[in-house]
Design a protein around this ligand. Structure first.
Ligand code: SF4
Length: 307
């Protein structure tokens, strides 16, 4: 059945955002000239998240070097990283009085470090302005520079290191032509090996034509590389050029997936039609211990240097 003929189920109807906090989020991002994945990916949760005073900042521009078929972010030749951006991100964290910040970026295959250095600078600047801030990074697959990127980010170790496998292996050529399923798993493994205390996280979209067995396989593969957190959500066509939805998964089925994920050992699970990787990312996070993770690491680093 074509997308146009398929009616959106009632559980997928969402209200637009409004209210004081929504306006404050909007105004802050606008004034500071920051991009978000919320707007660039036409996320259906923008009303809710911005009204709660959270947003996922998109660094390194809004032009991606890949051309994934499920994503509405523009692609082409990106601009060089903006050296003023880290300061603006820090200012945003301050003005929005954030305790938890998710930072993501477009793919930057044009940069030798895939953009890892810019992620690091953003975190460093934020920590100077808002010391009690916990970070979650949602990064690209760092195609040719995974080792280098991990090394760069070691200095600023985030509480959560996320990289989305997005879909099942068999749909990569159709949905994620620039990606390689095993490479994505490899990045999560490298991060877990390098920083066992950091939570690793991944997301899967359902409704792109995957089978139940394939989703099970993805979850097993993620657990096999030590992935701690998983988010499962309904794929929604973000632009008319994007892939069609093949199926709307019911909320009950998402609950079932959540049970499966917990049984497999994921310690943090979000599974619902509107789940996106950064949706309620701060939920059940003890900010104090998330912040002290980095501080303890810095202390150990210092002691090791003195020896
Ligand atoms: S789920 Fe993530 S991307 Fe979507 S609006 Fe919320 S913070 Fe933004």
């Amino acid at each position: 059945m074509s997308e146009r003929k398929k009616r959106l189920p009632d559980w997928l109807k969402r209200r637009l955002g409004a209210g004081q906090t929504f306006n404050h989020t909007h105004h802050t991002l606008d004034t500071l000239g920051l991009e978000t994945i919320c707007t660039n990916a036409n996320c259906p949760n923008r009303g809710e998240c911005w009204s709660r005073g959270t947003a996922t900042v998109l660094i390194l521009g809004n032009i991606c070097t890949r051309n994934c078929k499920f994503c509405s972010v523009g692609h082409g030749k990106p601009l060089p990283p903006d050296p003023t951006e880290p300061k603006r991100v820090a200012q945003m964290a301050k003005e929005m009085e954030l305790k938890y910040l998710v930072i993501t970026s477009v793919d930057r295959d044009d940069l030798v470090d895939g953009g890892a250095g810019h992620f690091r600078t953003c975190i460093q600047q934020c920590r100077q302005v808002v010391p009690e801030l916990a970070f979650e990074l949602l990064v690209p697959d760092f195609r040719d520079c995974q080792g280098k990127a991990i090394e760069i980010l070691t200095d600023v170790r985030p509480f959560v290191f996320g990289h989305n496998v997005e879909t099942v292996s068999s749909l990569y050529s159709k949905a994620r032509p620039g990606g390689v399923y095993e490479r994505s798993l490899e990045l999560l493994k490298k991060a877990k090996d390098a920083w066992p205390d950091t939570q690793t996280k991944s997301s899967v979209m359902l409704g792109l034509g995957e089978t139940e067995g394939e989703v099970m396989q993805v979850m097993q593969d993620l657990r096999a590389v030590g992935c701690d957190r998983i988010a499962l959500g309904q794929y929604l066509k973000p632009s008319k050029e994007s892939l069609d939805v093949t199926e709307y998964i019911t909320p009950e089925k998402f609950d079932w997936w959540a049970d499966q994920a917990r049984q497999m050992g994921f310690s943090w699970v979000q599974s619902s039609p509107f789940t996106r990787s950064s949706y309620h990312a701060e939920e059940k996070v003890n900010i104090k211990s998330a912040v002290s993770l980095h501080r303890n690491f810095k202390k150990v680093q210092k002691m090791q240097r003195k020896k």
